[in-house]
Design a protein around this ligand. Structure first.
Ligand code: LLP
Length: 437
């Protein structure tokens, strides 16, 4: 739950706004974004990692208002498509604090980013290094480039595997020599300014040993570049991926502890390698946006289903589902939920919260105990939906994507409005024109 979430007499409020009032005014489902919480988490990373540049990873969740909060809080911004860049541009985000990622940026996207003056482009392939060199030469500007490397650490939800790293699409492999070669090419290209290496090992990571192994390998390459090419790269990015608590079983580290651990690893390795530490940056997305949102739904139907062995599972259908939160269906993610509009003394029953889509895998919360009197019209709130829910939302079954409503000090503001049927029909051509060839 976000910091300002409170329950009084069974009624949940966030940012001083009671969710039943919010739903009465704006409808459901809705993403409720606790502005103070988002800013506090951004600020906690900024302060804990004061010696670093902290890039908020916009892929977790981005809209114009959020881009402005990120700028206000003094963070930098990681974007990975022309679309995210467009939001940053509209928000007036200082472009020198924007980093541009992606394994398949189009030439047009790169050119736009370069024209806008983004602070760094993270190169992910040899083809892209060539494109960057061509664009910088044609426009006559210097582009600051980081080289994304795969450190041989593949992080999964709760574990990391130190072997299966080659078989994925991102970055340049350190072990194959591609990473070294990419560094050499960026360094040799006249219009490219080689900033340093970039490593991102995965997402929702709790075990810091993954970061440790990655940092060690990336620093070893950094030292080799200094020794063999006589090039001192000024910066290094260690990526994002810091895990958050989705259920009470998860135990995430505070930014201050992450910062202390990361800094200690880097300092230790740099001493061992006899090199000066580069200026560091990180890219947290989920750890800033994730906990600051809850999704509020209205219950439509309640259906007890007899399981083998006699137990009963109560299927509680809500007015959203995998179109606003695909993470349960896609990653088998765990969420919890609570009744948001009233108190209940009824005994708890084992419930599964499901959506309204035409698909059995359309589950929002796999298992939760809800009061036995849960009924149509009740509100349910699911916490921890700020990262990769709205940003991965779809119009499956022609549903309308829910609004994002920012709440703070008792005031609610729509920062992303609810879609309408007009929005859906706008791209659907009613009377297709024949195109003469
Ligand atoms: N930097 C880079 C280069 C990334 O690829 C990512 C996430 C991040 C930073 C931010 O990672 P975070 O701190 O948010 O973990 N859709 C998945 C997560 C995909 C993460 C993609 N990259 C999910 O819902 O769990």
């Amino acid at each position: 739950w976000s910091r300002t979430a409170r329950k009084d007499d069974g009624v949940l409020s966030v940012g001083g706004v009671r969710l039943p009032d919010l739903v009465a005014e704006h409808g459901s489902p809705a993403y409720v974004l606790d502005e103070a919480d988002f800013r506090a988490r951004a600020g906690a990373f900024r302060d804990a990692f004061a010696a670093y540049d902290v890039y908020y990873a916009g892929k977790a969740f981005l809209c114009t208002a959020v881009a402005r909060w990120v700028a206000d809080e003094g963070l930098c911004l990681d974007v990975c498509t022309g679309g995210e860049l467009a939001v940053a541009e509209r928000a007036g985000f200082p472009m020198e604090r924007v980093g541009f990622h992606g394994n398949n940026k189009s030439p047009a996207e790169i050119e736009r980013a370069v024209r806008l003056g983004v602070g760094r482009v993270i190169a992910d392939s040899f083809a892209e290094v060539e494109r960057l060199a061509e664009i910088s030469a044609r426009l006559g500007v210097t582009v600051r480039v980081m080289v994304r490397v795969t450190a041989g650490v593949e992080a999964h939800t709760h574990e990391y595997i130190a072997t299966a790293h080659e078989d994925q699409k991102f970055g340049f492999s350190i072990t194959s020599g591609d990473a070294f070669e990419a560094v050499r090419r960026v360094h040799d290209a006249p219009g490219l300014d080689l900033l340093g290496l970039h490593s991102h090992i995965g997402s929702q990571i709790f075990d810091s040993s993954g970061f440790e192994v990655a940092a060690r390998r990336v620093l070893a390459l950094h030292a080799r570049v200094a020794a063999d090419l006589d090039v001192r790269m000024p910066e290094m990015d260690l990526g994002g991926g810091f895990g958050i608590a989705y259920t009470t079983q998860d135990d995430p580290a505070e930014p201050s502890r992450l910062a202390a651990e990361m800094t200690a690893i880097v300092e230790h390795e740099c001493r061992a390698l006899g090199i000066e530490a580069p200026a560091l940056s990180i890219e947290p997305g989920r750890a800033i946006a994730g906990p600051s949102v809850c999704t509020v739904y209205e219950v439509g139907t309640v259906k007890p289903v007899q399981l083998d062995g006699g137990a009963v599972r109560t299927y509680v259908s809500v007015d959203g589902g995998m179109s606003d939160n695909i993470r349960t269906a896609l990653y088998d993610a765990d969420y919890s939920c609570t009744l948001a509009g009233r108190a209940s003394d009824a005994a708890p029953v084992l419930a599964r919260v499901v959506g309204k889509h035409c698909e059995a895998g359309d589950v929002v919360v796999k298992d939760e105990f809800l009061p036995a009197d849960v009924a149509p019209g009740d509100l349910l709130a699911v916490p921890g939906t700020g990262a990769y829910c709205r940003s991965m939302a779809s119009n499956y079954n022609h549903t309308l994507r829910p609004p994002v409503i920012a709440v703070r000090d008792g005031v609610a503001r729509v920062v992303v409005r609810r879609e309408t049927e007009q929005d859906l029909l706008a791209t659907d051509v009613d009377d297709p024109e024949v195109i003469e060839s």
